[in-house]
Design a protein around this ligand. Structure first.
Ligand SMILES: C[S@@+](CC[C@H](N)C(=O)[O-])C[C@H]1O[C@@H](n2cnc3c(N)ncnc32)[C@H](O)[C@@H]1O
Length: 443
C-alpha cells in the first residue's frame, strides 16, 4: 500500500511544533523512510513548508473556530487541524471537502470518536467561514495586516516596516514564503560549469548559469533529486548564490595558509579550497563537535585534502596561530534573518531578544580572528542577516579601534564597481539576505 502523503506531512509538522525539529531535517528523514512517489514527495514538501510557514495565521484562524485555547488541544490533533486549515485556506487546488475528509481520517488514527467529531466540526466551520474572514486593514494596521497576510511574526514585521517601508517589508515577507530554487556551486576541482550544466540539462533539469557567481548554477526544474546525488555526487555543493560570493572576495591563492573560524558544515571552506586548487592549508574550525564531521564529509565527497577541521571557539585566542594566516574568514553566527525562506520554522523560533545576543559575540570573534592575520593579509566578515547591528557596525567599529586595519575593497559581483561592503537584500537582489565586508591588515 502506498504511504499516505498527508499522514507523513502531519507527522513531520508535529515533530517541528511539538519536538522542536528542523522542518527540512525532519522532512528529509521522513521522506527517506517512506516509499512515496515523486509527485507525493512534492506534495508532502508543499504541505509541510506551507503549514509551518503559515503557522501564525493558521492559529489566528483556528482560534476563531475553537472555543478553547489552542494550547489545550493534544499536539498531534492540533497539527492535523493546522494542516487541514492550510489546505482549506491556502491551497486553492485542493477541494475543501477533500481537505476535511482527509483530516478526519488522520484524526481517526490518533484520537477517539469525540476528537474525530471535533476535527470534523472545526474544519467544516473553516470551510463555511473562509469567505467571511476579515483581515486587519492594511492602512490602519499595516503591521498586523502583513503579519497575518504574509505569515510572519508581528515583531519582525514591525522591524522591517521601519527598515524597508510597507512595500519593502511586504516584498521581503513574500520572498520568504516562496520555495527557494536549488542552486549549486560546481566543484571546479573535478568539473566546470559548462560541462555540468550541459549534463544536467540532458538529464531533464532546467538549469541556468548564475549571474552572481561564475561557478554557480540555478536549477528551476528538477526531474528527480536522487539523480543529482547519485550521478553527480562529487561535482557540486548546494549553496545559495549569495554564499558563493564570499570565497572569491577573500580570494585566497594556491599554497596559502587560510583560517576559517566558523566553518561548519563547510560550504565556504570547500569553496576556498577550490579557489586554492587544493594546494596550501585551510584550518577550519567550529564550536560544535557534531558539525566537524560535516566538514570532513563534505571535504571527502568533493575530493579536497587541504582542509584541517578542528574544534575551537572562535572567540578564544589560539596563540600558535598568531599572525600566521594569509586569509581569515569570519562567517559569523548571526540572527539569520536573510535566510528565512530556507528554514520554514525559523521565523517562529526567533525573537527580538535573541537578536541582541549576536553583536557582542560577533565583535569578540572578529577581534580574535583578526589576530591570526599576517601583515598584508585579508579578512572577510560575513553574515546571512539583514540587521545593520550585526553587519555594517561590526567591522566599522573594529576599524575604529584598530588603526592598523582598513577596508580592502572588492568588486561588486554584478556592477564591477569597487565597494567596501555588500548587503544583499532578498526583495531587491533575489538572493538570500547576506552581508560581506573585506578588511586588510596594513603591512
Ligand atoms: C553561518 S554558520 C557557518 C557556515 C559555514 N561557514 C558554511 O559556509 O558552511 C556559523 C557557524 O558558526 C558556528 N559557531 C557559533 N559560535 C561559534 C564560536 N563561538 N566559535 C566557532 N564557531 C561558532 C556555528 O556552529 C555555525 O556552524
Amino acid at each position: 500500500m502506498l504511504p499516505n502523503a498527508r499522514l507523513t506531512a502531519a507527522q513531520v509538522i508535529n515533530s517541528v511544533f511539538k519536538d522542536g525539529a528542523y522542518a527540512n531535517i525532519a522532512l528529509g528523514k521522513a521522506l527517506s523512510k517512506q516509499n512515496h512517489s515523486e509527485q507525493d514527495r512534492r506534495f508532502v514538501t508543499e504541505l509541510v513548508y506551507g503549514t509551518v510557514k503559515a503557522k501564525g495565521t493558521i492559529d489566528w484562524l483556528l482560534q476563531q473556530l475553537v472555543s478553547r485555547p489552542l494550547g489545550k488541544i493534544e499536539p498531534m490533533i492540533l497539527n492535523i487541524l493546522r494542516l487541514g486549515v492550510f489546505q482549506i485556506y491556502f491551497l486553492e487546488r485542493i477541494p475543501a471537502s477533500a481537505a476535511c475528509n482527509e483530516s478526519v481520517n488522520l484524526a481517526k488514527k490518533f484520537g477517539h470518536e469525540g476528537i474525530v467529531k471535533f476535527v470534523n466540526g472545526v474544519l467544516r466551520g473553516a470551510v463555511r467561514s473562509k469567505e467571511s474572514i476579515v483581515y486587519p486593514d492594511a492602512e490602519k494596521d499595516p503591521r498586523q495586516y502583513l503579519a497575518l497576510k504574509e505569515f510572519h511574526p508581528d515583531w519582525l514585521v514591525k522591524r522591517w516596516l521601519k527598515q524597508f517601508g510597507f512595500e519593502g517589508a511586504q516584498a521581503l515577507c513574500r520572498f520568504d514564503n516562496e520555495p527557494p530554487p536549488l542552486t549549486l556551486r560546481v566543484n571546479t576541482l573535478v568539473s566546470d560549469r559548462k560541462t555540468l550544466l550541459a549534463s544536467l540539462q540532458e538529464d531533464g533539469f532546467e538549469a541556468e548559469p548564475s549571474k552572481w557567481c561564475e561557478d554557480g548554477i540555478v536549477c528551476t526544474k528538477i526531474p528527480e533529486l536522487s539523480v543529482l546525488f547519485s550521478k553527480y555526487n562529487d561535482m557540486f555543493y548546494v549553496q545559495d548564490e549569495s554564499s558563493m560570493l564570499v570565497a572569491p572576495v577573500l580570494a585566497p591563492q594556491p599554497g596559502q595558509t587560510v583560517i576559517d573560524v566558523c566553518s561548519a558544515p563547510g560550504g565556504k571552506t570547500t569553496h576556498l579550497a577550490q579557489l586554492m586548487q587544493n594546494k596550501g592549508v585551510i584550518y577550519a574550525t567550529d564550536i560544535h563537535e557534531h558539525k566537524i564531521k560535516l566538514i570532513e564529509e563534505n571535504s571527502r565527497r568533493l575530493g579536497i585534502t587541504i582542509i584541517e577541521p578542528s574544534l575551537q571557539d572562535a572567540a578564544e585566542f589560539k596563540p600558535e596561530w598568531a599572525s600566521m594566516a594569509d586569509c581569515v574568514l569570519v562567517d559569523a553566527p548571526c540572527s539569520g534573518l536573510g535566510v528565512l525562506r530556507r528554514r520554514a520554522e525559523a521565523r517562529w523560533k526567533k525573537n527580538k531578544l535573541d537578536l541582541k545576543t549576536f553583536p557582542p559575540l560577533q565583535r569578540d570573534i572578529l577581534r580574535n580572528a583578526a589576530r591570526y592575520v599576517k601583515p598584508g593579509g585579508r579578512l572577510v566578515y560575513s553574515t546571512c542577516t539583514l540587521e545593520q547591528a550585526e553587519n555594517h557596525y561590526i567591522p566599522a567599529e573594529f576599524l575604529e579601534n584598530n588603526s592598523n586595519w582598513q577596508y580592502a575593497g572588492f568588486q561588486h559581483p554584478l556592477t564591477g564597481e569597487t565597494v567596501d561592503e555588500l548587503q544583499l537584500l532578498p526583495q531587491h537582489d533575489g538572493t538570500d539576505g547576506f552581508y560581506i565586508c573585506a578588511l586588510v591588515r596594513k603591512e
